[in-house]
Design a protein around this ligand. Structure first.
Ligand code: SAH
Length: 398
């Protein structure tokens, strides 16, 4: 196995269990690793630090184990996926009756950097964000079979958009496993008793945004008697909860035609007739411009990540400010705005500042009623605070 030897004094972050080795910390590579190989990481004095996947780029190794256990054998994956499942059992997600979809593996948060696995009632949708995880997908699939047995209906690999492209990698999405008789690319899942179609082949990301489960429930709690506007609605998660919570009416806006069509299907699925909702394919900002003041007294603003990397930060903050100013200025007096950012590089302080500036721009009186987060199944490793990405504010606007 290739040995990565760190520069003197550059072992500190690993000794504090941070799971990344930056290339600038590497003194010497003993061997000729290919990207994705498992390598051993050693301090300058030769002491063992970790095993991890080798990468080409600013992060040289993403750690799989600090303990020296065998990370190459099948037991490793069974053990790690078993541990991740145990956490989802502890939170009641993997064993409840009202919800049968959740994030099973959340990268660094579950000690598996670069790996996402979402569970949709027996269907696992896998996204590898590193070459190491991409090359391990066969072993991961075998481990899923062994952990879930007959409960596993299928494993779908959806890494083509996420695995860093390297010549020679076969980046085509497809099934790694299908149980006998299973043939659909779509199924109905339950989230807090609400039903949703999830289509992992056609949908965005793994098919559904599981990270908004708790925030959707909160929207439901505030929706009674309100006229709701759900901006960046995707397949209508917040919209269904709003109607369940007693909203008078919900309008859902997304720029993706496919997503908007799914909103209608999800409304039907939950028994909400067309008199209760309208699904609109439009750019959210353009749509907001035409919204009469006073029409909506609850708005949800959940845009895609405006900053995918640090370099895009200042533009992203300006975009969050513009969008939130538009929403705050249009919500009816006494109205609520649920506003979110899922950009990892925009931390909660920076986001709050952007929303603060937006509020100030409108001149309206705004209170913060709640601070919103990602749910427990999008777990954050305490040694890797970078894993925190979803943040939101619930605003009351006079
Ligand atoms: N709130 C959703 C998730 C939103 S993801 C949920 O609970 O499931 C972000 C969504 O924004 C995507 O569906 C994407 O199609 C949409 N989108 C991206 N740019 C947009 C724009 N300019 N106007 C409207 N929607 C947009």
């Amino acid at each position: 196995m290739t040995k990565i030897i760190l520069k003197k004094g550059r072992d500190e972050s690993l000794r504090r269990f941070h799971p990344w080795v930056f290339s600038g910390a590497v003194a010497q590579i003993v061997g000729q690793p290919s990207e994705g190989d498992v390598v051993g990481v050693f301090a300058h004095d030769g002491s063992f630090l970790a095993y991890g996947h080798y990468q080409i780029g600013s992060i040289a190794v993403r750690v799989l184990s600090f303990s020296g256990e065998d990370v190459l054998g099948p037991d490793f994956w069974v053990n790690m996926i078993g541990r991740a499942l145990k956490v989802r059992m502890a939170t009641g997600l993997a064993n409840g009756l009202e919800t049968n979809c959740f994030r099973l593996v959340h990268g660094e948060g579950d000690g598996l950097p670069g790996l996402i696995i979402d569970w949709y009632d027996g269907v696992c949708v896998l996204q590898a964000h590193s070459v190491g995880m991409f090359r391990s997908k066969g072993a991961i699939c075998e481990a899923l079979k062994s952990v879930f047995g007959e409960r596993l209906k299928a494993v779908y690999d959806k890494s083509s958009g996420t695995a860093p492209f390297k010549a020679g990698l076969d980046l085509v999405d497809g099934y790694l496993y299908k149980a006998e008789g299973f043939s659909d690319d779509e199924q109905v899942v339950l989230e807090n008793g609400n039903k949703f179609f999830v289509n992992w082949t056609e949908g965005q990301k793994t098919g559904f945004f599981l990270d908004q489960r708790e925030n959707r429930a909160l929207v439901g709690r505030y929706s009674a008697g309100r006229n709701v506007l759900n901006l960046f609605c995707y397949t209508g998660g917040f919209s269904v909860y709003a109607l369940r919570g007693g909203a008078l009416r919900v309008d859902s806006v997304d720029s993706s035609r496919k997503a908007v069509d799914m909103v209608g299907r999800n409304m039907d699925l939950n028994g909400y007739g067309s008199e209760l909702h309208e699904d609109i394919c439009a750019d959210a900002i353009d749509f907001l411009r035409g919204v009469p003041e006073d029409k909506y007294d609850l708005m949800i603003v959940d845009p895609p990540a405006f900053a995918k990397h640090r370099g895009a930060l200042s533009n992203a903050l300006r975009a969050y400010q513009r969008l939130n100013a538009a929403a705050i200025s249009k919500v009816a007096p006494g109205g609520l705005v649920f506003t979110f950012s899922c950009s990892q590089v925009v931390d909660k302080e920076a986001f709050a500042l952007a929303v603060f500036s937006a509020a100030a721009q409108t001149g309206r009186s705004v209170r913060i009623l709640d601070r919103l987060n990602q749910p427990a199944d999008h777990s954050v490793n305490i040694y890797h605070p970078e894993g925190e990405y979803l943040k939101g504010l619930l605003l009351y606007v006079e």
